[in-house]
Design a protein around this ligand. Structure first.
Ligand code: SF4
Ligand code: SF4
Length: 443
């Protein structure tokens, strides 16, 4: 019967990892619903970006307090989870502290994990205070209600519980080692949990109950956390890496042009071009495409990955001049709504299959949740792109939505229509002839 816990552990491991893999496959499939975009250029620059921005968190340090806390939280949480390798081996084979043969190195590692766990605990408590007591405005924008707000808090609570369990487990283990309990080898160093150990009861049976209880809840908590990621903004723990690698390397402010429109303009400006010539075959293909985007399938796969990667930190919105001057626009909300719509499409595909979705759709689009007012409030200043700690580009989505409104629906605001007509007729945005453009100098 002594092997029953090992079987239960193996089942939990397979179910926990199995669901996680299934969810990751779903995310990859949803991202692939986006249009092709070649981002294979300049790999060395891309690697550099990924190492600096995702691994080194270089953009986080622009706000030093949050940057340092986030770095402790991130590094600590990842490094401590190295301990999970030992937990998995112990769980599967019924061993206890299987790596303890490493002696001094093992003690060093367990000691370091404890210090990191303590620092993570402190940083998470400070994060909670910033969010719930100091009420930093970007955490309280109108898009941060219900699930987004709870999601941020859930993760903080998760981390508090996991780190506490890790320290309690070690504290009980230390007491059991000192009591010479069978199975509890003398191993590890416990710079933090040795203080907790003093508060625990000293009976062997109770200590084993506490140690085993903390061990099981800790590992089950990790499996739950792994699967919670899919539903959470904390997917950025994984996606920040590909997201920074595939980010746009062109200078900010350089917009991508539609090839068909570029060709058209070049032809108009070419005095030798034959305006009645049949378009080349490739042009026809290009022209038959939809201009801009009104749904997630019109966006590129990088834009969809951006939506899944967004941490909902609100740094973009806090620097957006449109948002700051009371306009409807929030670049964070643009990313959140894109992800929500992508999830909605993904669920439809799960239910009816991709062919059915391509054929029938669901009659909805991004414009069901994004208003024209929001989209036209953007000044295309790129502040949101500059500020984003993981190189997300909300502006590119806004531009594609605008492109759809202008080129597919002729639904540009009146002021823009006038300006475009003036450019077409007068070669300038103003409502008077080119010949009169220098009149001002005589006044
Ligand atoms: S580019 Fe648009 S959305 Fe981004 S900060 Fe500027 S105004 Fe706001
Ligand atoms: S787009 Fe970037 S800055 Fe804006 S909320 Fe998402 S992660 Fe934060």
């Amino acid at each position: 019967m002594s092997y029953i816990p090992n079987i239960i552990f193996a089942i939990l491991l397979v179910v926990g990892v199995g669901f996680f893999v299934q969810n990751i496959k779903k995310i990859i499939r949803n991202i692939k619903l986006g249009k092709d975009l070649d981002r294979s250029d300049n790999p060395s620059e891309r690697w550099k970006n990924m190492i600096n921005i995702a691994l080194g968190q270089s953009k986080m340090t622009q706000r030093p307090v949050a940057g340092i806390l986030h770095f402790i939280d991130y590094a600590g949480f990842i490094i401590i989870n190295v301990e999970v390798i030992e937990i998995i081996i112990d769980g599967l084979f019924g061993t206890h502290r299987v790596f303890s043969f490493a002696g001094g190195l093992y003690s060093f590692l367990i000691g370091s994990f404890e210090i990191l766990a303590f620092l993570v605990l402190i940083s998470v408590i400070i994060f909670w205070i910033r969010r719930m007591i100091l009420k930093i405005p970007r955490f309280w924008n109108k898009e941060m209600t219900s699930w987004p707000k709870n999601d941020a808090l859930n993760i903080l609570y998760f981390e508090m519980v996991l780190m506490s369990l890790f320290l309690i487990m070690n504290a009980a283990d230390l007491n059991l080692q000192n009591l010479g309990a069978a199975h509890y080898v003398h191993a590890g160093s416990f710079p933090i949990s040795s203080y907790i150990a003093n508060w625990l009861p000293q009976s062997e049976g109770t200590l084993i109950f506490i140690e085993r209880g903390a061990w099981w809840i800790h590992i089950i908590g990790i499996f739950i956390f792994l699967n919670y990621l899919y539903y959470s903004k904390h997917l950025h723990i994984l996606l920040a890496f590909p997201n920074t690698y595939y980010a746009n390397l062109n200078p900010q402010g350089e917009f991508d042009n539609l090839q068909s429109v570029t060709d058209e303009v070049k032809m108009m400006l070419d005095p030798d071009a034959d305006p009645y010539a049949a378009p080349a075959e490739t042009d026809t293909e290009e022209i038959s495409e939809k201009f801009g985007a009104n749904d997630v399938t019109d966006l590129s796969w990088v834009q969809l990955m951006n939506a899944y990667t967004c941490t909902e930190c609100g740094r973009c919105t806090s620097v957006c001049p449109a948002n700051q001057t009371g306009k409807e626009l929030s670049p964070r909300a643009i990313m959140m709504k894109t992800r929500d719509r992508l999830e909605e499409v993904g669920k439809l595909i799960d239910k009816d299959g991709i062919e059915s979705f391509k054929e029938k759709g669901d009659g909805k689009s991004l414009f069901d949740t994004m208003s024209n007012e929001e989209i036209w409030a953007c000044t295309s200043c790129n502040a949101c792109v500059t500020e984003c700690p993981i190189n997300i580009d909300p502006l590119s989505i806004i531009v594609d939505l605008r492109r759809f409104l202008v080129m597919e629906q002729s639904a540009a605001p009146q002021e823009l229509n006038m300006m475009m007509t003036n450019i077409e007729n007068n070669g300038a945005p103003w409502q008077y002839s080119q010949m009169d453009r220098l009149n001002w100098k005589d006044e």
